[in-house]
Design a protein around this ligand. Structure first.
Ligand SMILES: Cc1ncc(COP(=O)(O)O)c(C=O)c1O
Length: 446
């Protein structure tokens, strides 16, 4: 299959260039003002060799500068899980834009949002940031503050944003820097313990050192394929953290796909802190972090009014009134319970379409779903750890499938084969992907 895949990739690369003369022209011009010719360095890694330039986006689609319309299954890698520019968010943000953007003062919307987050996730107190990365960074700091412990425990192949402590990996039994970690401040084994996902024994062993302030965990790994927790794993994680006085931070940034209150509500998790961001404000930058009543008390005891402005937590634009208007509209009118019912049903349809293709062509691949988030991996066995999922990756096939889809009007999430269903996604969008995926599988196995 490898030879056929590289021949197909060559053909698809050529057709990508032919289809996108204007994007190519803009990419060439960008080299003179943008580092590497892109506004964010990872955009160098789009499958076609240069990024498609967007003209406009709406619902679950966008138009590029060459006049091609796409079904968007990437949705800004979850930032636009609401669909692009949902009408209620545009309405609320437009009204707020005319009434102030940022003041360093709260608006009443902040209360509504805090109350709604408590209703959905169960945490009793909330704070706000501009990104999920910041929500994670601030939560880690507060966990260190209230426990008086120095380290963080994360899972091998996790991703929680650009948080220094989390770019660690396991090499044998040692904590090392994750490949591609740029300019780390200190060696990672000074700040971080790492264990494999689903490894209860490893988790208990590392927490027994008594120096871990918090475990930072997604409820399922979502950044190295989707690696689901095994039955009983979350109970073991909660018990091990409680037994050792370690705080448990659950990062729901991606697993919000599981339902209106994320995986936490859907599966009755009881985190000490919870972080979230990306689609929370319909694409307007916003992050939030919540505390259990007990942790909120401990934090309040430590933060006196005199030091409330100096603790490495905050940001001038954080908790601005615009983001609250956007969050309120998103939570009240876009990412509603009814919307999730539809989105999850579409996820099931997508999963079934991919599975049928895999079965029809007898391919050694598999598909995994977490609510409205679906991902396929070019490997027969389902991984139970991050290391297994990483070893099962196939960059060549990833690139080919991305490009194959892109050349036929479908955008998948880069570096994964991930598709996300928004409230604006349609059954026809899902079926179009199934058709294109099936055509790729047919050509690969012909
Ligand atoms: C689980 C998880 N948490 C946090 C983040 C950070 O989000 P942001 O880059 O929007 O700060 C990401 C980004 O992909 C993520 O996957």
């Amino acid at each position: 299959m490898k030879d056929r895949a590289s021949r197909l990739l060559e053909r698809e690369l050529q057709s990508f260039v032919e289809l996108h003369p204007r994007s190519r022209e803009l990419s060439e011009r960008a080299r003179f003002s943008l580092l590497g010719g892109v506004p964010m360095h990872w955009m160098l890694r789009w499958a076609g060799g240069f990024p498609v330039y967007a003209e406009k986006a709406w619902d679950a689609r966008f138009l590029d500068v060459d006049g091609i319309e796409y079904v968007d299954l990437c949705l800004g890698d979850t930032g636009a899980m609401t669909g692009h520019s949902p009408e209620p968010v545009v309405r609320a943000v437009s009204a707020q834009l005319a009434r102030g953007i940022t003041l360093m003062l709260p608006s009443e919307d902040a209360l509504w949002v805090g109350e709604e987050l408590t209703r959905r996730f169960g945490l009793s107190r909330w704070q706000f940031a501009l990104t999920a990365t910041d929500a994670n960074r601030f939560s880690i700091r507060l966990a260190r503050l209230v426990t008086g412990r120095p380290k963080v425990l994360v899972f091998n192949w996790c991703y929680h944003g650009t948080v220094d402590e989390t770019f660690a990996a396991l090499d044998g039994g040692s904590v090392v820097e994750r490949e591609g970690n740029l300019g780390p401040p200190v060696p990672l084994d000074e700040t971080t313990r790492v264990v494999e996902w689903n490894d209860v024994e490893g988790l208990e062993r590392e927490l027994a050192h008594g120096d871990v302030a918090c475990v930072l965990a997604e409820p399922a790994l979502t950044n190295i394929g989707i690696v689901l927790p095994e039955p009983g794993y979350h109970d073991a994680l909660r018990a091990a953290t409680r037994d050792t006085g370690t705080l448990l931070i659950i990062d729901e940034t991606h697993t919000l796909s599981a339902g209106p209150g994320g995986y936490t509500q859907a599966h009755g998790l009881e985190p000490d802190l919870l972080t979230i961001g990306k689609p929370l404000a319909g694409g307007v930058p916003a992050g939030a972090y919540g505390f259990s009543a007990e942790v909120a008390e401990r934090v309040k005891r430590e933060i006196t009014d005199e030091v409330a402005d100096t603790g490495g937590i905050g940001g001038t634009l954080a908790a601005n009134v615009l983001q609250f208007a956007a969050m309120r509209a998103t939570l009240s009118e876009v990412l509603t319970e009814q919307a999730f019912e539809r989105m999850i049903a579409l996820g099931e349809r997508f999963e079934a379409g991919v599975q049928q293709t895999i079965d029809r062509h007898g391919l050694p691949w598999h598909v995994t779903r977490l609510g409205c988030r679906v991902e396929y991996l070019f490997h027969a066995e389902r991984a139970r750890t991050g290391a297994q999922a990483a070893a099962a990756g196939d960059e060549g096939l990833d690139r080919l499938i991305h490009l194959y889809a892109l050349n036929r009007g479908i955008l998948l999430t880069p570096f994964h084969n991930m598709a996300l269903m928004s409230p604006a996604t349609t059954e026809a969008d899902v079926d179009r992907h199934t058709e294109v995926f099936d055509a790729a599988a047919r050509e690969l196995t012909a």
